[in-house]
Design a protein around this ligand. Structure first.
Ligand code: NI
Length: 153
């Protein structure tokens, strides 16, 4: 296990790089996920995506239903039209808190640590965290949203 350095700053190229699908859940991928979990714990986050630890695999971890859940090749297959707006921060953007609109409900496909395909419906906080993390996998950050001017210190 290892705590990995977290990449900081909206202009860092790795945070703007679209990630690549993981073909197989290897020992190396499992180790990366363990390290990401330890790193997120240390930073007191509720989610972490691979570009934030300088990687390009399509992997993130998110607290879902209070449980840290590794998401390999996550894909949001549907999003509710209904949204709400709430404050979000990001481990890669220290001291930035923005009001971000997110769909209240999403459907998510992903592969679990055992390499098994999973489908879940997520709501409210869980849906918000996963939308934030999947954005990271596309090179998108909270500062890209129209509400980015509403900064609260
Ligand atoms: Ni983030």
């Amino acid at each position: 296990m290892a705590i990995l350095p977290i990449v900081i700053g909206p202009d860092n190229p790795i945070l703007r790089t679209k990630t690549k699908k993981v073909p197989k859940v290897t020992k190396e991928i499992k180790q990366l996920i363990k390290d990401m979990i330890e790193t997120m714990h240390e930073a007191s986050g509720v989610g972490l995506a691979s570009p934030q630890v300088n990687r390009t695999e399509r992997i993130c971890i998110a607290v879902i239903g209070g449980k840290i859940t590794p998401l390999i090749n996550p894909k949001i297959t549907s999003k509710s039209k209904e949204t709400d707006i709430d404050q979000e921060g990001c481990l890669s953007l220290p001291n930035v808190w923005l009001m971000i609109p997110r769909s209240i409900e999403i459907k998510l496909d992903y592969v679990d640590l055992q390499g098994k395909k999973q489908q879940r419906k997520l709501m409210h906080f869980d849906a918000r965290v996963v939308q934030h993390e999947v954005d990271h996998l596309e090179g998108v950050l909270i500062v890209d949203y129209p509400h980015s001017s509403l900064r609260s210190e």
